[in-house]
Design a protein around this ligand. Structure first.
Ligand code: 3PG
Length: 391
């Protein structure tokens, strides 16, 4: 895709869709990663003398003004990070916005209000998209995290303006694309999280690509059940047991090695204080719950990861928010960090895990996308990417 570096931006009004959908506790931003990751594009545009107009969503306000979803705290944080003023308006379109844009000088930065305060945003309404487009000369999409949404500010607006990728978008597409479409081998994917139903598409697509597929977390229970293992009171998606069996069959046919935990940590209840112990995966006692992979599985998975040349990881291996059930996820995080492979992580929980273990800087690429990175791993074309000009 063409990027912001492939076009002339000096003196131009550049509408940049960013993903500033950051977690908030009241007015405090509890994780500003997504703002930091947008800085290279914003700084580049400032240096080039563009007039920068930033647009983002925050939360899901459903087309009306919801005070707690205003971008005011984001403007403040962005201004601190940039070390320069960031002016913010109270809407994303309309007269006041037009005036604020008209007042911009080269190198200035303006933040529009939450685009989801407008009902046209999530409907990808052409009228709203055109109003956004009228503010600018160029559209830059740097919001990889929202690129799986076909909304007015991520996709619709590109019908009216030259549309190119931002530098974060470029990094995301390069790294995820390299891993999934042109991987150095062995290529290992580690998929976890609570539910198989969220990741069937991802597993199906990855079975065409990987050498080894490691499955852990709550979703592994459904696969264990498909193998005939007793799972006690563990979370199992009964209606997905058959699909799990089919996926295992497909792995065999494709000669993909599909690894499930051979031992598991079981507890009497879903509580950090509950009695717990390690048992073979086939011997979960009645009434107990699987809450993590066991130490032998963690060691096996780590060894496989260390032999890999490409690793993609999405989803925790257990209930890692609770200390007694965090070890499997932490072992995977460390194994990725110690690996010389191209390591790519997507999804909030895996990202939280590498942050917790303190190894985020040892990972090749940590995606800012949750749903977007999953859809990428499913092999889908993301609407916010499809609209960008090709090189
Ligand atoms: C995300 O946090 O994954 C993105 O910002 C998309 O948000 P959404 O799921 O509300 O569209």
């Amino acid at each position: 895709k063409k990027t912001v570096k492939d076009i002339a931006v000096q003196g131009k009004r550049v509408l940049v869709r960013v993903d500033f959908n950051v977690p908030l506790a009241g007015q405090a931003i509890t994780d500003d990663t997504r703002i930091r990751k947008a800085l290279p594009t914003i700084r580049y545009l400032i240096e080039q003398g563009a007039r920068v107009i930033l647009a983002s969503h925050l939360g899901r306000p459903k087309g009306e003004v919801v005070e707690k979803y205003r971008l005011t705290p984001v403007a403040r944080r962005l201004s601190e990070l940039l070390g320069r003023p960031v002016n913010k308006v109270d809407d994303s379109v309309g007269e006041a916005v037009k005036q604020a844009v008209a007042a911009l000088q080269d190198g200035d930065v303006l933040l529009l209000e939450n685009v989801r305060f407008q009902p046209g945003e999530t409907k990808n309404d052409a009228n709203y998209a055109r109003q956004l487009a009228e503010l600018a000369d160029i559209f830059v999409n740097d919001a990889f995290g929202a690129a799986h949404r076909a909304h007015a500010s991520t996709a619709g607006v590109a019908a009216y303006l030259p549309a190119v990728a931002g530098l974060l978008m470029e990094q995301e597409l390069l790294n995820l694309g390299q891993a999934v479409n042109n991987p150095a081998r062995p290529f290992v994917a580690v998929i976890g999280g609570a539910k198989v139903s969220d990741k069937i598409g991802v597993i199906e697509n990855l079975l065409n690509k990987v050498d080894t597929l490691i499955i852990g977390g709550g979703m592994a229970n459904t696969f264990l059940r498909a193998q005939g293992c007793p799972t006690g009171n563990s979370l199992v998606e009964e209606d997905k047991v058959e699909v799990a069996g089919e996926l295992m069959e497909r792995a065999r046919n494709r000669r993909v090695s599909l690894l499930l935990p051979g031992d598991v940590v079981v507890a009497e209840a879903l509580a950090a204080t509950a009695p717990h112990r390690v048992v073979p995966a086939g011997e979960v006692p009645a009434g107990w719950l699987i809450l993590d992979i066991g130490p032998a599985s963690a060691a096996q998975f780590a060894a496989v990861i260390k032999q890999a040349a490409t690793v993609v990881w999405n989803g925790p291996m257990g209930v890692f928010e609770m200390e007694p059930f965090a070890k499997g996820t932490e072992a995977v995080a460390r194994a990725l960090a110690d690996s010389p492979a191209l390591t790519v992580i997507g999804g909030g929980d895996s990202v939280a895990a590498v942050n917790k273990v303190g190894v985020a800087d040892k990972i090749s690429h940590i995606s800012t996308g949750g749903g977007a990175s999953l859809e990428f791993l499913e092999g889908k074309e993301l609407p916010g990417v499809a609209v960008l000009q090709d090189k």
